[in-house]
Design a protein around this ligand. Structure first.
Ligand code: ADP
Length: 523
């Protein structure tokens, strides 16, 4: 919409020349202003000369086929100065539309250059529409996601048109909820919400936005689900995060006055299933920010040359939606810069550097929480000072933590799970778990403790009991096998990395004490 008004009002284009438009839905036409509206006036070419063709259409036929439109406008672009705006076309490059060969030819055609004609292609997926070679020949202009003020204005004007009332406090909420969208996307979301609900429902808008963002292929936005209450044990890490992250971020002015930098990056490392992702999610809800999942594997798309663009778009969008917690699971997937070299790894290197540059940018708004099970595979550049503010090791839970985790999954504490009916009073059963079950779960991960509870529930169901009792837990633990040596190795490795990555010995000592791990990683 904005580009159309711009073209019509521009002394160089609109007032001087004819503006051709091709739209998949409307076919070929001219751009015209009718009153306040900008419309596409369909172009009709003469029907064939046969009597039948004349009869079919007295007023000529519309040009709906894209290739026919390209051929037709080709002649005009060369004859005199004009503009050709192409929009709503197929975004699948594997299907040959004729666009690429036309753009390549026009970009170097002396007649087109001499007339000063211009071709605009509007798309939300440059990399889908243009190949590498054509991209070199054209100028790519990225439309930024909107600013707060722009969104506020558009929401109000759309509300006026649709006769929807938007109270002030709802306006603020809508402006925040729609961060990261460009105006075109915002307008379509508002219309869609209106047509389904006859009002601008914030809940519905959030859903539509997360669907839209998901289409970017790289980001997924969710409202975080877990809180610190849903995390059993790990008190030392909770206290650390509350003190150094949550408290600082919730009093930014005080922090700035004292010159305390606002934390923007956390690296969580340790064996799988120890709650790293859960912590990231809970951090977002504790500081009341959206949780954006950065899906690393989707960066590397099937078309060579796209990854860099994907990465750039994802970073730009994540920043526009920030402040938010941007969660990068298995950050080691970015690989290392030193990996040897065909063109695919050239691409990998480019993406790696873009990410690193973002991570090191002092004005970054996004709070990046990265996790890895294999910190030793991370490129040194990630762990260098200035990239992540804190690097936190996650070990297998100690005794007290293990009981706490089971309590979470029985719904006794935390708000995310329904309470499971217990066969004994709570205290008696918890004592039983503490004395008889927990000691048999040394070096279990949190995820495995969750599974123990699930198996106990299943066992109660199998024996047609109404509630979960001690025998269910006994059976559940007995059905588990873990590789003790492998676990001990994992602990030692995690501790080695912890010593390498953090210089906060007191913090490490506290973690080891809570997790009941000796200096050499034994228990
Ligand atoms: P990681 O990211 O370290 O591989 P996750 O956070 O994905 O581990 O944990 C897997 C599952 O285990 C979580 O979804 C959660 O249900 C459970 N879990 C992990 N840590 C805890 C904890 N401290 N308390 C309760 N449940 C936990």
């Amino acid at each position: 919409m904005q580009i159309k008004s711009y073209l019509l009002d521009s002394p160089d284009y609109g007032r001087a020349a004819r503006i051709w438009v091709y739209d998949q839905w409307e076919g070929l036409g001219h751009l015209e202003r009718r009153g306040d509206e900008v419309v596409i006036e369909p172009f009709r070419k003469e029907a064939g000369s046969s009597a039948l063709a004349k009869k079919v259409s007295e007023e000529g036929v519309r040009v709906a086929d894209f290739k026919a439109a390209l051929r037709h406008v080709d002649h005009h672009l060369k004859a005199s100065r004009c503009v050709f705006l192409i929009q709503n076309i197929s975004e699948n490059r594997e299907h040959d539309t004729g666009l690429l060969s036309a753009l390549k030819a026009w970009a170097i055609d002396p007649q087109v250059i001499a007339t000063g004609s211009v071709v605009f292609v509007v798309t939300s997926a440059v990399e889908r529409v243009l190949d590498d070679f054509t991209r070199e020949l054209v100028v790519i202009i990225t439309v930024d996601p909107s600013s707060r003020e722009e969104r506020g204005r558009l929401i109000l004007s759309t509300a006026r048109e649709l006769e929807v009332t938007v109270p002030d406090e709802q306006l603020t909420e809508l402006v925040i909820a729609t961060a990261g969208l460009n105006l075109h996307q915002l307008e379509s979301i508002l219309l869609e919400t209106y047509f389904t609900e006859k009002r601008f429902s914030v809940g519905r808008i959030k859903v539509l936005k997360s669907e839209l963002v998901k289409k970017s292929g790289v980001l997924e936005v969710t409202d975080p689900r877990a809180t610190f209450e849903d995390i059993g044990g790990y008190q030392v890490i909770k206290d650390f995060i509350i003190r150094y992250i949550i408290n600082v971020l919730s009093r930014p002015d005080r922090a700035r006055k004292l010159g305390v930098p606002l934390p923007r990056g956390l690296l969580l490392f340790g064996p799988p299933g120890t709650g790293k992702s859960l912590f990231a999610n809970a951090l977002a809800s504790e500081i009341n920010l959206p949780f954006i999942n950065f899906v690393t594997e989707n960066i590397y798309s099937k078309w060579l040359g796209e990854s860099g663009q994907n990465m750039k778009n994802a970073i730009r969008l994540a920043e526009k939606m920030s402040p938010a917690v941007v969660f990068v699971d298995e950050i080691d997937r970015f690989g290392k810069r030193s990996q040897a070299g065909d063109s695919a790894s050239e691409e990998t290197r480019r993406v790696f550097s873009q990410f690193l540059e973002w991570l090191g940018r002092p004005d970054r708004e996004a709070i990046i929480v990265g996790t890895t099970n294999v910190p030793e595979h991370l490129d040194e550049a990630f762990t260098r000072t200035g990239r992540f503010d804190y690097k936190i090791p996650f070990l297998y839970p100690g005794q007290a933590a293990r009981l706490d985790i089971m309590r979470v999954h029985l719904g006794i504490v935390g708000g995310s799970r329904p309470r499971v009916p217990l066969a004994q009073d709570e205290e008696t059963l918890m004592n039983y778990l503490k004395e008889r079950v927990v000691p048999k779960t040394v070096n279990f991960s949190c995820a495995e403790l969750e599974e123990v509870v699930t198996r106990a529930k299943r066992s109660a169901f199998d024996r047609a009991a109404e509630a979960v009792g001690p025998e269910d837990f006994d059976g559940a633990v007995r059905s588990f096998r873990i590789d003790v040596r492998q676990r001990e190795r994992a602990i030692r490795e995690c501790l080695d990395q912890a010593r390498r990555l953090t210089d906060d010995q007191a913090f490490l000592d506290d973690i080891q004490a809570e997790m009941e791990v000796g200096d050499r990683g034994d228990r």
